[in-house]
Design a protein around this ligand. Structure first.
Ligand code: NAD
Length: 240
């Protein structure tokens, strides 16, 4: 799979991964845009917005409660594990759009969560923030201050945490190789990270069964799943 750029890959001092929902699909977590994307006939793309939340916080919280259960029961797959193992051979940074925490559970030590984390919640009004691993019984859950709590994730139309985004750009600007796995690259601004990497003359590789918005800009497109392709990438480093 990686034969055509094997030497360049092995010479790389820093490898950045940009990951999306597709990398967790083989852990049983549905993507938003795939065939399995609907939830109770609602379009998740329309539920993951601040407007949907204020229109019907109970509904959006019921969806997040189910996602929390599903994600807490999920385990990292061979793709997440391969990225973690690659740290033994190269400097690796993971820039993820996922909120599921599976990269960290797999053992990756440098993960920037661009869209927050499903474990974290915050108050819509005061500064209260917490990590909670249990389900909520009252829908929507309320803060001690009396206002509604919300998942500490970035919804469509909201800005990314500035500090996380600035750090992500620094890594995108300084990597030798960027591997883009399991993302359709339609969500902005995460989809601009490959452009920063290209400006630094990094090699761009995408791993995705389907074409993406940036397929034409890739040096290599691997048309298979991440749990198939990523272990092969690591085995190339092992079999020096
Ligand atoms: P997306 O749903 O737009 O795209 C998923 C991509 O993954 C598609 O291009 C698809 O072809 C590809 N894919 C599907 N199965 C794959 C596999 N096994 N291996 C490799 N690729 C595979 O997801 P996105 O680009 O991440 O953007 C959607 C937004 O949804 C993000 O903002 C993200 O925060 C959020 N999201 C996160 C999770 C999660 O945390 N697991 C799940 C759903 C959505």
């Amino acid at each position: 799979m990686f034969d055509s750029i094997k030497d360049q890959l092995k010479k790389a001092k820093k490898i950045a991964f940009v990951t999306g929902a597709g990398i967790s699909q083989e852990s049983g977590i549905p993507t938003f845009r795939g065939n399995d994307g609907l939830w109770r006939n609602y379009d998740p793309m329309k539920l993951a917005t601040i407007d949907a939340f204020y229109d019907n916080p109970k509904l959006v919280w019921e969806w997040y409660n189910e996602r929390r259960q599903n994600i807490f029961a999920a385990e990292p797959n061979l793709g997440h594990k391969a990225i973690a193992e690659l740290e033994n051979f190269s400097e690796v940074i993971v820039l993820t759009q996922n909120i599921d925490g599976l990269h960290q559970i797999a053992g990756s030590s440098k993960v920037l969560e661009l869209h927050g984390s499903i474990v974290k919640i915050k108050c819509t009004v005061c500064n209260y923030k917490e990590e909670i691993l249990t389900e909520f019984s009252d829908m929507p859950p309320l803060c001690k201050c009396g206002n509604i709590l919300r998942p500490d994730v970035v919804w469509f139309g909201e800005g990314l945490p500035q500090d996380v985004w600035e750090e992500a750009i620094i890594h995108a600007n300084s990597c030798d190789v960027m591997i883009i796995a399991g993302t359709s690259l339609v969500v902005s601004p995460a989809n601009t990270l490959p452009i920063y990497a290209k400006q630094n003359n990094a090699i761009l590789i995408e791993i995705n069964p389907d074409e993406t918005n940036m397929t034409e800009d890739m040096d290599l497109s691997i048309r298979t799943t991440s749990a198939t392709a990523l272990p092969e990438l690591v085995s190339m480093f092992k079999n020096n």
